[in-house]
Design a protein around this ligand. Structure first.
Ligand SMILES: O=C(O)c1ccccc1NCC(=O)[C@H](O)[C@H](O)COP(=O)(O)O
Length: 199
């Protein structure tokens, strides 16, 4: 099970996620209480092992802004939230980085990973990063094909149940490993990764 911890902003939390065995770390570079500057992200990702994917998260910023921020931050992947035409992903191909298309499950009925040229599809709640679960079982009849991440209201307490219900390729969490909005708890990060990867 691929596990991404999103909305990181401190070296302590990054280290906790890496030590716990997270496969990807997300840094929010768009408007949010979790927003971090590209320069800080560059410092935070410097010590992250190569096999861990570092991901910059955006929501409907222009491609030129995304390209500049990604280069300044030194991350290894890009996640786009919002209503993007398929062309938005092709426009960023020159970065040569994996692209994650994040959309709400409601808008993604029948979607498959790769429909917009993305490398990973993330199915989230309608409001990203709000810690709101959706009915994961809805996907049961027709889950996306390919690599897709389940997100939205996950926590150490419910991630196992969600994996069994939705059968995703991976999971993504932010609020569920926080003590309050924007403040992560290293112990919750460890618990989440352990629970998600348990067999
Ligand atoms: O985290 C934010 O505030 C945010 C703002 C704008 C776009 C995306 C954002 N976060 C992306 C994510 O962290 C995912 O949506 C997340 O894994 C799911 O969030 P949560 O329900 O809080 O676990």
């Amino acid at each position: 099970m691929f596990v991404k911890i999103c909305g990181l902003s401190t070296a302590v939390d990054v280290a906790a996620a890496v030590a716990a065995g997270a496969d990807a770390l997300g840094f929010v570079l768009t408007e949010s209480p979790r927003r971090v500057e590209p320069g800080l992200v560059r410092e935070l990702v410097a010590a992250v092992p190569e096999e861990v994917l570092t991901v910059a998260v955006f929501r409907e910023e222009p491609a030129a802004y995304v390209r500049a921020a990604v280069r300044a931050a030194g991350v290894r992947a890009v996640q786009l939230h919002g209503n993007h035409p398929a062309g938005a992903f092709a426009e960023l191909a020159d970065l040569g980085l994996p692209l994650v298309r994040a959309t709400s499950a409601a808008k993604a009925a029948g979607a498959d990973c790769g429909d917009f040229g993305e490398d990973l599809l993330l199915l989230d709640a309608p409001v990203p990063g709000a810690g709101e679960p959706w009915d994961w079982a809805e996907l049961g009849a027709r889950p996306p094909a390919g690599k897709w991440l389940l997100a939205g209201g996950l926590s150490p307490a419910n991630v196992r149940e969600a994996i069994v219900a939705a059968n995703p390729w991976g999971v993504d969490v932010s609020s569920g490993v926080e003590v309050r909005r924007g403040v992560k708890d290293p112990d919750l990060i460890t618990e989440f990764v352990r629970a998600a990867k348990a067999r």
